[in-house]
Design a protein around this ligand. Structure first.
Ligand SMILES: [Zn+2]
Length: 73
């Protein structure tokens, strides 16, 4: 099992509205195929439904990284 640096979660990201998520599986950190759109809980970063497919774990929710307005450099 490979160890991933924290910044590895930023290698591939996906945005839904103003929420930025890592395009990796929360279980194994594999890159996942993300959906074009995802439902978010109202005024929350939490995804209402699974939005990505991991080759090993099936449908998963990608981990929230930040709000787009907060992580612009
Ligand atoms: Zn996985």
């Amino acid at each position: 099992m490979q160890d991933y640096e924290a910044e590895g979660w930023w290698a591939h990201t996906v945005s839904y509205g103003d929420g930025v998520y890592s395009a990796r599986c929360p279980e194994c950190a594999r890159f996942v195929k993300t959906d074009e759109t995802a439902k978010r809980l109202f005024e929350s970063a939490d995804l209402a439904e699974d939005n990505a497919t991991c080759r090993k774990h099936g449908r998963v929710k990608t981990p929230f990284l930040c709000w787009a307005s907060d992580c612009q450099t």
